[in-house]
Design a protein. Sequence first.
Length: 622
Amino acid sequence: MISKSESGVFVDMKNGNVYKEFLNNHMFVRILLIFSIISVITITTLSYLIFVSISEMVVRRELDTQRAAMENVDRYINQQYELVQDMVREIYRNEALSANLSTFMDRPYHEYVQNRLDELYKESPHYSTDVLRYFQDLMDKNSGIRNIVLYSAERQYLTGFDQDKAFRQMSVNSARSFIPDAMSLESGNISIPNVWIRQAIEQWDPALYSIRVPINDKQTFKNLGQLIVYMDSNRISDTLANDELKGQIVVLSANNKVMYDSEGRYYGKSYPYLSTSDALFDDSNLDLVNTNEDMYINKLASTDKGYVIIGAAPKAEIAESYANIRDFIMIISAVCIVIAIFVPGFIVFNFAKRTNRIIYFTRKVKNGDLTARIDDQRGDELGQISRSFNDMMDELNLYIERVYEAEIKQKETELVALQARINPHFLYNTLEVIRMRALAQGAKDVGDMIYSLSVLFRNLVQPKKEYMLKDELEMCELYLELFRIRYKDRFRYTITAQPELQAEHVIKLTLQPIMENYIVHGLRPERSDNVLNINITSEHGQMLAEIQDNGKGISSERLSEIKNELARTEETGQMFGLYSVHSRLRYTYGPQFGLEIESIPDAGTVIRLRYPLTGETEGNDV
C-alpha cells in the first residue's frame, strides 16, 4: 500500500523501505538525526568527564579527611609514647626516685619495705620518694593508662599496677613462664599486650596497646628491666569525634595484630586487607586493594615505633557521597539532551515544513495549476525563494497570455482554414459520384444516395459544442454507404468500437478523409471482395483507431514519400487529406499523437490514428 504523508512524500508502506523512502528523501530529517547523535554523544561524554572529575575530587576529599584523622591518631599515639618516655626521664632526673626504683627492682619487696621504713625512721629527706606512689599518681592523672607493669630482669619478678591503685608482684622465672623470653626484646616500641603478661596481671581487655621502655640503673647503666604501660585504645576514638569519616581506621602492630579498630571488629585478630610488613616497606601513601569488595586503603607507617595506621574505606560507601551529584548530572544531561534535540528539531521541522510547501506548489505547477502561489512573507532564504516563485509564476502567466494563447489562436485559424478546404473538396467528389451514377443508369437507388448525401451536408454545416467519436463514426458510415450502393456487391465495410469509447471527444473530420483516400486510391472496382474495416480500441491510456483495407497498397518508394511529407512542418499540397488529419491531431493533442501508415503492395494498407482518452462517459447524439 502506498500512502501520502502530510509533506507530500510518498512512502512505500507495504515494502517497509523506510530508509530509502523516508530518511533518504528527507534532508532535514537526516540533518536532525546527525545533529541529535552528535549532541547526545557530546553531552554524554562531557557529563561523564565531569562526573569522573567530581567523583575523583570527592574521593580525594574523603581520603584527605581520612588521612587527617589518621594523622590525629598518629599524633595521639606519639603523645602517649612521649608521656611514657617523660615518666622514665622524670625518674632519671629525680635522684631519690631513681634510687628507690633501683631498690624496688633489685631487691625483694620485703627488703624494699624495710628500706622505706629505715628512711622514714631516720627522717631522711627522700622518704616520700616512693616509686609505687609515683606510678599510682601517674595513673590518677592520666585516665588513658589502664595498667603499669614493671619487670625486673635480675630477679625475674613482675609488678603490676591497675586503676584501682592495687598492685601485685609475682615471680615469672623462665621455668614457669615465657615472660622472660618476651622481655628479652629490649626495644622501645608500641605493640599489643603480651598474652603471658595479660595472664599474669589478669588483664584481658582486647582494646589495649602497650608502650614498652627499658629501665637502666642511673649510676651503672645496668639494665634493671622494663617499664610496660597499657594504654586504653578506645581513647584514640576521642581524636576522631569531630571527623566525618568513611570506612574505618585501624592501627596494626609489627606482628600484624590490631591495636586499635574504630569499628571494633578486628581486636585480637589479624587485619585481612593489608599486612604490616607490606605497609612498612611500601613507599606509596595510597593503594586500592581488591578484596571481597573494593577498598580504598590509606597507609601511615611509623617505622621507628613499629606500627602502621591504616584507613580503609569501601568504594561503595564513598560512592554514596557523590551519588546525589551523579543523579544531578544525569538529570541535567537528560534536560540538555532534550533541549538540544527538541529546540533544533522544532526549528528544523519548521524549515522542512516550509520547504515541503514549496515542493508541493512546484508539483501543482507541474500538474498544470498555474494559479498556485506560496504565502510566505518571511525575510529569510525560504521566504525569498517563495516570493521569487510567485514572481516567476506571474511572469509565466503573462508570457502564456502573450505568446501561447496567440499561438493557439493561430492554430485554430489554421484548423478552420483546413476544414474550409476539406468541405468543398468532399462535396465535389460526392457530386461527381452521383453524376456518374445518374449517367450510367437511371436506377431507383439514386434517391438513397441523395438521402445519405443530404445527411452528410447537414452534419457538416451544423455546428456542435461537443463532437464525439460516435458522431465521427456516423459520418463515416454515411459516406461509406454511398459507395456501397454504387459498387453494390463489390464493396463492403465494418465499423466496430468499444461502447465506453463512444462519448470520447475527437476532432471533426479525422476519419472521413481516410475513407475518401481509400475510395480514390485503394479500391479495386474490378474485384468483388473489396473490404474496409474500422476498429476503435483503447491502448496504454490512448484511443486507437485502426483502418485496414485489402486494396492496391502503396509501394515502398511512395510510402517513404508520404511519411516524409507528413513529417514536414508546412503543407506542400501533394497530399492534402492525410496531412490535414495528421497535422490537426498533432496541433491539438501534441506530437505523440497523429497518423501512422503501414502498407504492402497488392495486399492492402493499415492506417492508425491515436487520440488521447478524455474519460467522458456521455454526450449528445448526432
